[in-house]
Structure formats: C-alpha cells, structure tokens
Design a protein around this ligand. Structure first.
Ligand SMILES: [Zn+2]
Length: 273
C-alpha cells in the first residue's frame, strides 16, 4: 500500500513536471512567433475608434493583438507586419471605403490567423485605411472617395501606395465589398493586363482558388483612374481588387468568409502560406 502511494505520488510529480516543462516550452514558442509581428501607424489624420462601429466591434477577434491594432487605429492608419522583411512581400488592404465592412473584419481575422504561424515571406496588412470613417460607417473620407484619389499626392491611399513602392511589395490586394446590383455587384477579382501583366495572373489565381468571377481590364487607370489597384499597377506593383457581395454599412452572411478566402488565395499565390 505504502509503495503504491509512493508510486502514485511519483507519477503525479512526473506529470506535473512534464506539464510544467511543456508550459514553459509552449510559452517560449509563442514568444518567438510574436517577435515576428510588429505594427505601426503609416498615415496620420485618419485615426478613429473602429469599435464605435457595432459591426466591427461585434465581429473582429478579441485577441490581445486585435486589441492592439484597434488601439493603434485611434492614432491613424495601422499596418501590421508579419515576417522579417524577407520576400516575397505581400500587402493586404481593407477599408478604402469605410462602410465596406466584410473585408475589414476579414483582415482582422487574417491578422489573428497569421499570428504565430510560420510563413515564407513578409505580409503587410492594413485592416483600416481610414479608421475614422470605419468608426462612422461612412464610405468617404473628408468628402473624398479614397479609391479615386490614390494618384493625388498626400491622400491616405496615395501614402499607402507610396509605402508599397518603398517596401517593394510584389503582390498587392485591395479588398472591398460591392452592393448586390452595384458595380461590379459580383463576388469577383479585378485586374488589368497592362502595364503590369502579373495583375492578371494574380486575379486569375484568386478566381480559380475561390470560384469568384475574374474581371479583366486591358489597361490600368482607364475605368477606375485613381483606384489603389490601378495606381499600384501603373507603378509596377502587381495589384488586384477583390470584391465580395454585401450591402454597404452592414455584413451579409458569408461575405467575411468569402473575403478571407480571397486573402488566403492571395497569400498562396507566391507560396507565403
Ligand atoms: Zn469599395
């Protein structure tokens, strides 16, 4: 009996020790992964509390990292970076239109998804281009459609495209939602073949991976002058616009998942994940 008790206590002691060591190891592992995450404000004058928008508040993850992004967004446009700056460098943008909520929520889910994940390359995520309009559930910033002024010096979208140039981004995705019956009104990936043909390759890949419609324009800057996608392609940064269907100012069922899947496809294009 006594021996059995000793054995039992020994077993409990061993298990506790193993769990203890395991706990230390796993917390080290988490720390190592977290060290590859950083964030900063890349545009000032755009800040706001995005949780004032109930759709954002109720649908974004509640992790520490997500909370840090929300806090930073009060000071301007936040950009979260995963990786050490090695290539390929991919940029995900959401919230060019503040009331297109699905992509902004999907971008926050992507931030959570990539946290601690092994990736090949560096991923830059701008989940809220102008947090102040996201907070107010409004489309425009200071009366401007930010997807028509990326070619106007100093606008938030112009500053973001310049940042993409400076960082030497090789794949850029700008994520939106479109109203049913709107323009383009379809779950889709938009691209152009000139001057940056790779825009088409990326959109074609995203379309094949997700089943969304492929919409091709011959030349960037014609149908949507001043759009983030177009101005990026004109600058030699291969870019696409991805749309999911959801009425503006709200979140249609399945639209966040659709947007997230487009983002996953964008990251798979160069084998980042
Ligand atoms: Zn839009």
């Amino acid at each position: 009996m006594k021996n059995e008790r000793i054995i039992l206590f020994s077993l409990i002691f061993c298990f506790t020790a193993i769990i203890g060591i395991g706990g230390v190891l796993s917390s080290d592992t988490v720390q190592a992964a977290e060290s590859t995450v950083s964030m900063n404000v890349i545009v000032s004058g755009t800040g706001g509390d995005v949780t004032n928008n109930p759709y954002i508040k109720n649908n974004i993850p509640s992790s520490d990292l997500a909370n840090q992004v929300v806090e930073m967004a009060k000071n301007g446009t936040p950009m979260v970076v995963f990786g050490d700056g090695s290539g390929p460098k991919t940029m995900i943008i959401a919230g060019v239109h503040g009331n297109e909520l699905s992509a902004q929520i999907a971008a926050m889910k992507m931030i959570d998804y990539l946290n601690g994940k092994q990736i090949k390359g560096t991923v830059y995520i701008v989940p809220f281009v102008a947090p102040s309009i996201t907070a107010q559930n409004e489309r425009n910033w200071n009366g401007q459609n930010l997807n028509s002024v990326a070619n106007v010096a100093g606008t938030p979208t112009n500053q973001i495209v310049n940042k993409a140039k400076e960082l030497k981004i090789v794949v850029l995705g700008d994520f939106h939602s479109t109203q049913p019956g709107g323009d383009p009104g379809k779950y889709s990936a938009l691209c152009s073949k000139a001057p940056t043909y790779e825009s088409y390759n990326i959109a074609n890949y995203v379309s094949k991976q997700t089943g969304c419609k492929l919409i091709i324009y011959p030349k960037a800057g014609k149908k949507y002058p001043g759009a983030v996608e177009d101005i990026s392609n004109l600058a030699g940064i291969p870019a696409v616009t991805c749309e999911v269907v959801s009425p503006h100012g709200t979140v249609a069922t399945g639209s966040v998942d659709n947007s997230f899947n487009q983002m996953i496809a964008l990251l798979k294009y160069k084998g980042v994940i």
